[in-house]
Design a protein around this ligand. Sequence first.
Ligand code: ADP
Length: 410
Amino acid sequence: MDLANRPLKIFTVDDDAVDRLFLRRALQDTGLKLADIAEVDCGKAAIAALDNAFYDCVFLDYRLPDLNGLQLVQQIRAQGTLTPLVVLTGQGDQETAVALMKAGASDYVDKSRLNTDALAHCIRSALRIYEAEQAACQAQREVQVSNALLLQQNRALEEQRQEIQRQNLEIMRAYRLKSEFLAVMSHELRTPLNAIIGFSQLLTRRREERWTRQQAEMIKHIYSNAYNLLGLLNEILDFSKLEAQRLELHPGPINLAELAENTIAEMQSLAEQKSLKLSLQLNLQELMIINDPLRLRQIFTNLLSNGIKFTNAGSVLLKISSAPETPTDAVLVTVTDTGSGIAPEELAYIFEAFRQVDQSHSRRHSGTGLGLAIVDAIVALMGGKIWAESTPQVGSTFYVQFPRVVQTAS
Ligand code: ADP
């Protein structure tokens, strides 16, 4: 509010006509722009007038015929009028002044000291206080509004959180069901598949049945396809165990040279089909270790079959040595191929489940994309680590380091 420019509406309450005239003159001499000076001579008329119209400032005499100043201030405030109220008191009545301020008066002036300057000062400060109070009220209202808004948003967020939690539970339930289904199905499928593998193997060995060349080929096909299928099913079963955190190790003494040589021998025919050189390099003094033979063989087989799968010419080399940093405590296995290699941006993801560099439907290589994720989990169970280096079109090297003596989790 700009006091200098806005014409003010003043209201005075005094039963003495001479005092009212004196106050009017003094107000007119203050130099403030005045729009109107309304006057009444008793408290009741003041209450009625202030209830109906707005005034910038009210001057009221403490001694009125119907009400005293304190009662009047109390009643005006009780009806919700916020206008500044200045009470004109008798000389030196401090106690009354304090009671008036407590009741809601904005200021008080000793009537005997009333003059133009005191009035102007009184009006200005009363209006300033009023303005500050109004601004504080407005700010409080705004705070209340934003509090209400925040409360509303909090409620909405809480509802969303509960909905997300409910969906999460549903997802987890579906996820568990899927894992259980995978585990049960792969387990159930393995039984008939093992029968197919067993019987087709038996048929190839039955010399007395003189198979034609074509028949012999067909039996070999049945065997090798069923064998590959078993590998895929085993991966799915392992993965469901991994998800259910049921993958575990059964450590025992192993001769590492024997295990590596057997694995290489088993994979030799696969390498020969692609005319690849598959070899083993053993640089290890102490060959006996404690580890899970099946799981260790699974790591070798997986890395070697990937090496063979992604290499079209050249070689795949399995190297076993002691870990350079902890030679007496850990073993380092590396599988190096001269194959397609892996682009640097893909290398970070190949240990994730279902990750295949070529994920198109027309991809050239078969596989579930689970092999490395399972190997990664097994190596972690062994307390070891796995990592890879690769150059596209040159080849890849996979490193697996694990302790010589592997402990079970329990
Ligand atoms: P899968 O072989 O069943 O696809 P893996 O988890 O064993 O799944 O491998 C994930 C992906 O990592 C492969 O699809 C392939 O893109 C890449 N990869 C793994 N080993 C090699 C390798 N020796 N050379 C090139 N790429 C590889």
